[in-house]
Design a protein around this ligand. Structure first.
Ligand SMILES: C[S@@+](CC[C@H](N)C(=O)[O-])C[C@H]1O[C@@H](n2cnc3c(N)ncnc32)[C@H](O)[C@@H]1O
Length: 277
């Protein structure tokens, strides 16, 4: 077992560094779509100070930078070095003086208490092994009256449920034990328990909205290539080549039934939880 496999956080950092170049770049921009949505929900005004935790390729960071304008400040942090480098380069190319990106573990924030008006954390809360401690840190860096926005998975598209089931079946048949990409000791609590935990930690007026969007992939090849650009790549890249070949062929056969005149549709659903300090 190499070092990155022994340490779940190193495994996550390695994985997201590998997908950094193509993340959200093939097929519809899923994460940028939801990033924009969350920024609208959070209603960030010009001049605000924003922290984007586990910022990835900047789906929220760039949308927030537009809202805060040149008088505000958006800092993104991420544990994957290549994500950080890519976002730093995009910030430079866009000439954004109000944005910055740093390499940092979300569970060990180096910012002073009450540093930010907004703290965001999208598509990432399930990566933190010490959830309560992480949320306590997020509250600490938020100023009194500030807003926290976090997204939770809201259930997959029932038309595609067979896909994950098929992954499970293949791994079972081949008797391959894949260590989870997520480092959590405990599974992420459901929405009700999660919002209750936020209240216990000290967040106030915790409320949520359901956010849905349907994305269209022009061809099965585009859909397949998009799987390799985010978390869904993990079980695929760990399949031995012959298993992967068989799996892909069976997936393409099965997905033919889902083809519509413009391609393959996939609905994503998340909960956007908002709260104040
Ligand atoms: C699914 S991506 C989401 C990125 C972005 N927030 C978005 O909405 O597109 C998850 C990100 O969480 C980062 N991440 C995972 N664990 C982390 C940790 N402990 N500290 C900081 N970032 C972490 C990964 O490197 C990855 O970039």
């Amino acid at each position: 077992m190499n070092e990155s496999h022994a340490n779940p956080k190193a495994r996550v950092a390695d994985f997201y560094s590998r997908v950094a170049t193509t993340y959200d770049e093939i097929g519809p921009a899923v994460f940028a779509t939801f990033g924009q949505r969350v920024i609208e929900r959070a209603a960030i005004p010009p001049g605000a100070r924003v922290l984007d935790i586990a910022a990835g390729k900047g789906a929220n960071l760039f949308a927030a930078a537009e809202k805060v304008g040149p008088t505000g400040q958006v800092i993104g942090i991420d544990i994957a070095p290549a994500m950080v480098q890519q976002v730093q380069e995009s910030i430079r190319l866009r000439g954004l003086t109000q944005a910055a990106m740093q390499l940092m573990d979300a569970e060990q924030l180096t910012f002073a208490d009450a540093s930010f008006d907004y703290v965001l954390c999208n598509f990432a809360i399930f990566f933190f092994p010490h959830l309560q401690q992480a949320l306590t840190e997020f509250l600490r860096v938020l100023r009194p009256g500030g807003t926290f926005a976090v997204t939770l998975p809201g259930g997959g598209d029932p038309r595609w449920r067979w896909y994950n089931e098929m992954i499970g079946t293949y791994y079972q048949q081949e008797q391959i034990d894949l260590p989870p990409l997520l480092a959590n000791a405990q599974p992420l609590p459901d929405l009700g328990s999660f919002t209750q935990l936020m209240g216990q930690i000290g967040f106030t007026s915790v409320h949520h909205s359901v956010e849905e969007a349907e994305f269209v992939y022009a061809s099965e090849q585009e859909w397949w290539e998009a799987r390799w650009t985010h978390g869904e790549r993990y079980p695929l890249e760990n399949m031995p080549p012959l298993m992967l070949e068989r799996f892909k062929a069976e997936v393409f056969k099965r997905m033919a039934a889902l083809k519509q005149s413009d391609g393959y549709h996939e609905k994503w659903r998340i909960y956007c939880v908002l709260a104040h300090r």
